[in-house]
Design a binder for this molecule. Sequence first.
Ligand code: NI
Length: 193
Amino acid sequence: MKALDIRVLGDPILRTDTQPVAEVTPELRQLIADMFTTMYAAEGIGLAAPQVGRTERLAVVDVEGARYALINPEIVTREGSARAEEGCLSIPEVFGEVERPQRIVVRALDADGKPFELAADELLARCIQHEVDHLHGKLFVDYLSVFKRRSALSQWDKLKGDYPGLIRKVVAGMEKKSKSRSAEHSATAAGEV
Ligand code: NI
């Protein structure tokens, strides 16, 4: 198990559209495993391939034990609307309130290449939408008002010096062993994804 380097805001790959996955190969399965390892090491609830410097249309999520690899995900239904705070593993320590549909249905392939459909609401729905955005070069800060975006980006300008080469290093196995980890995330609804 190895944790991959996380790319942070400023790396152009975060603004690049991904390529649909044509075939689930052993190499892709290894990437999925490494992405889960990276996400857990960073104590996140979701991670998309561009965040680890890759261009495959692939994301992983684990929201309170709802654990999915999403290959070529497409949101096919959106309902309602909800506002909540979001963060991003690629913009550490910066948070902002984002309004999104409350319930979605996503269609994707699983790690075996089998198609599936998943109905999600609340935090899982938010997390999946955030990840699907990543797969199309979109970040949560794009949803903020001009004023709030400017303030988030100036906050990031002061923080990004901590990430030489726009790389965030994480180490597998170093995450806090807190039993309430998922509860913390749901309480704040601000899990970094
Ligand atoms: Ni993110």
